[in-house]
Design a protein around this ligand. Structure first.
Ligand code: UDP
Length: 476
């Protein structure tokens, strides 16, 4: 057995939403046990944003980029899930080589992959504990774990179901809100997801989940007592969110200089008055909805800070956006005539990317209109910011159901996202005395619970210690 600190290899499939929480997990492992880690990334995700983020990591976390693989035979419109899984499968020899090298040079105790990286469990010669890291929540994990039965028992498409899908401990999920790659059985992404679900039940030694009990208590309880013996043990180790190295004033993932202009602008706004609007690292709206959103924000009379991307119907494929957060065109050119001038006293527009965690941590931020990406959601909860849910794709609709119907941390916009409903919901969130007040109070409670879990002796810290004890015991 090699001496030295335990080392963990981590494979991050493309998307900052996978990379950021894995890097945070690596930092927490280092802080608790002096563990070191290597983050392995795919060539297709090598954007400027990702490079800057990897360069900002502490010395305990190394980065290794895999060589490019040819994916040109896949259809142009292949789903993200299909692309990621294929890239992973075709990178197995390179992954095996990195793992072999790490096994030679370090005391490798675990190989942690996210949900689209599970093909890598097949890489030759993996001797460390194989663990799945879910950058999603416990509701999404529950859906994945029950997917093989659901796939067999649900006739037709999920979106056509008359009754919601009921999973142990979970808020009932209406069929159309089931995750997007499962909405069309004829799309290869459906089979990809079902295969991953089978693989996850069979091959993972443990599942680490970026969530915490207080936000979905019944789901956490149900997964502690799994439906079948032999399912991997589940450890909620969250919330793991991006922490700025110098307490919120240092460079962010895009290498923004110490104090971004939008933070200076926030400094000049009243406490809890600004609604931050962002659709994650890959989300963009179609032109029509972008227009309604602009007019809805204007009509709400609230202050806003909006990260504007060029519209999805003009930006090429969604996947293009997902792999690289930068808009290819000038996003402001798509805003309604006169909007910028009319709102300049109350609104700030930022193209493509903002230092989100610093925005959410700022005292002037009073609400978050979000696509309900799970990292964004956790960042909002950690900073006590109530949400308006505007889900787009992936598991975001499921998150919106859980947040609005279960946790009570968000108000969900109605399907018809017209300017009137957007204005009404945004206003209610910031200053409403009904639903808005309830959501604001619930989020304050969840903020406290999240912090408690991460303290010494807290639930997330204890779960992480248990996992590390297990890794050490198995490695010895
Ligand atoms: N993010 C950011 N600035 C932006 C947009 C996104 O820093 O302008 C970060 C955000 O803080 C979060 C991640 O990118 O950590 C997005 O992850 P999420 O799971 O919310 O959504 P996804 O990008 O996977 O759809």
């Amino acid at each position: 057995m090699k001496a030295g600190p335990p080392h963990v290899a981590m494979l991050a499939t493309p998307g900052m939403g996978h990379l950021i929480p894995l890097a945070e997990l690596a930092k927490r492992l280092a802080a608790r046990r002096g563990a070191t880690a290597t983050l392995i990334t795919f060539a297709s995700a090598a954007s400027a944003t990702q490079r800057a983020f990897l360069a900002s990591l502490p010395p305990s976390v190394a980065a290794r980029a895999l060589p490019p693989v040819d994916l040109s035979d896949l259809p142009r419109d292949a789903a993200i899930e299909t692309l990621m899984t294929a890239e992973c499968a075709r990178s197995l020899p390179a992954i095996a080589a990195v793992l072999a090298e790490l096994g030679e040079t370090a005391r490798l105790v675990a190989f942690v992959v996210d949900q689209f990286g599970m093909e890598a469990f097949n890489a030759a010669g993996v001797r460390a504990a194989r663990c799945l890291f879910m950058p999603m929540n416990l509701h999404a994990l529950s859906l994945v774990l029950h997917l093989p039965e659901l796939a067999a028992s649900v006739p037709g498409e999920f979106r056509d179901l008359a009754e919601p899908v009921r999973l142990p401990g979970c808020v009932p999920i209406p069929g159309p809100d089931i995750i997007s790659p499962l909405q069309d059985r004829s799309n290869p992404s459906y089979a990809v997801m079902v295969n991953l679900a089978v693989r996850c039940r069979e091959a993972a030694a443990a599942i680490l989940v970026n969530s915490f009990d207080a936000v979905e208590p019944e789901a956490a309880e149900a997964l502690r007592h799994p439906a079948e013996p032999g399912w991997p043990p589940v450890y909620p180790v969250g919330p793991l969110i991006l922490q700025s190295e110098s307490g919120g004033t240092g460079a962010d993932v895009d290498g923004t200089p110490p104090r971004a202009a939008c933070l200076e602008w926030l400094d000049r706004q009243p406490a809890r008055s600004v609604v931050y609007v962002s659709f994650g690292s890959g989300g963009a709206l179609p032109k029509e909805q972008m227009h309604e959103l602009a007019l809805g924000l204007e009509r709400s009379g609230q202050r806003f800070l909006w990260v504007v991307r060029s519209p999805s119907d003009d930006e090429g494929t969604l996947n293009g956006n997902y792999y690289d957060a930068e808009s290819k065109k000038d996003p402001f050119a798509y805003l309604p005539e006169g909007f910028v001038g009319r709102t300049k006293e109350v609104g700030l527009l930022v193209p493509s990317w903002a230092p989100q965690t610093q925005v959410l941590a700022h005292g002037a931020t009073g609400g978050f209109l979000t696509h309900c990406g799970w990292n964004s959601t956790l960042e909002s909860l950690v900073h006590g910011v109530p949400m308006v849910a505007w889900p787009l794709f992936a598991e975001q609709r499921l998150n919106a159901v859980m947040l609005s119907e279960g946790a009570g941390a968000a108000i969900r916009l109605p399907e018809t996202k017209d300017k009137e409903s957007i204005a009404a919901v945004v206003r209610e969130l910031v200053e409403g005395e009904g639903k808005g007040a309830m959501v604001r109070a619930k989020v304050a409670q969840l903020q406290k619970a999240a912090a408690e879990g991460l303290r010494e002796g807290g639930a997330a810290t204890t779960a992480l210690d248990e996992v590390m004890d297990k890794w050490e015991a198995e490695a010895n």
